[in-house]
Ligand binder design. Structure first.
Ligand SMILES: C[S@@+](CC[C@H](N)C(=O)[O-])C[C@H]1O[C@@H](n2cnc3c(N)ncnc32)[C@H](O)[C@@H]1O
Length: 240
């Protein structure tokens, strides 16, 4: 597929706001290697559009996408809202693809793509977070992984889940989190589901932190939500 021209992209940026851009059209911003894995790894345009609106509708100025991939959520969010979208991504090639697309879409001043592994210090301080199953790849077979240029595996998976869990625990009341295909870990039960919408291959959920003290956790599973009371806080050897 030919890369979009500047004129096409001007049109696309405007059309993003009116919800008319298909995934095929958007993904043409990227090399075919990244287009080919889009359905499995990148958030669809319609999902990103809703997520960006939910995350910013209470006035968040900065949104973080943990594991931003080629940047679809950040780019779409910056095109359709007034907020700044920050992505943390461990693979440099994806960071470069996201930055290049930001230039083409003319949203580079309200997007930032950080090449790093997610850490508490990089994830703290945001009132709006997006999580599209960022760590699931750690559990895939080699054939299902994006590549083997980063360390993947169960140990890494558990470490990364713990980091996000800690960030969610530290998030102040009013903080918003949107999950798609969950993130594999525990959300404190002083977060309420404010919106929930079946879309694409899963359910999109908006969680908002309340003033309540947490008395347990939620886990999003393929079968739905599971509540774990506080006395089940310890991770079991077989679970996460
Ligand atoms: C399922 S993709 C989602 C991409 C993007 N958020 C989206 O919705 O289109 C997960 C991405 O997270 C990245 N990732 C996974 N673990 C990470 C970590 N610990 N730190 C930074 N990036 C990570 C992967 O490289 C991959 O690009």
């Amino acid at each position: 597929m030919a890369a979009l021209t500047a004129v096409d992209v001007e049109v696309s940026a405007a059309r993003l706001r009116s919800g008319e851009v298909s995934d095929g059209e958007f993904d043409a911003l990227y090399a075919t290697t990244w287009q080919d894995v889009s359905a499995r790894y990148w958030t669809p345009v319609d999902v990103a559009t809703i997520a960006a609106r939910w995350l910013t509708e209470a006035g968040a100025k900065r949104v973080l996408d943990v594991g931003s991939g080629v940047g679809k959520v950040c780019l779409i969010g910056a095109a359709i809202t007034k907020a700044t979208f920050v992505g943390i991504e461990q693979r440099f090639a994806l960071v470069m693809a996201a930055r290049a697309a930001a230039q083409v879409l003319n949203v580079e001043r309200r997007t930032m793509f950080i090449h790093a592994e997610a850490s508490i210090s990089l994830m703290r301080g945001y009132s709006a977070l997006y999580l599209f199953n960022p760590f699931g790849e750690n559990l895939y077979s080699t054939a299902g992984q994006l590549d083997q240029r980063v360390t993947l595996g169960k140990e890494r998976y558990c470490q990364d889940l713990s980091l996000v869990e800690e960030v969610l625990r530290l998030m102040p009341p009013g903080g918003r989190v949107v999950t798609y295909h969950g993130f594999g870990g525990r959300l404190p039960d002083n977060m309420d589901i404010a919106r929930e919408e079946p879309i694409g291959s899963d359910v999109l959920r908006l969680w908002i932190k309340t003033e309540r003290a947490a008395a347990g956790n939620f886990i999003e599973t393929d079968g739905g939500l599971v509540h774990l009371p506080a006395n089940l806080l310890e991770r079991t050897a077989g679970g996460h």
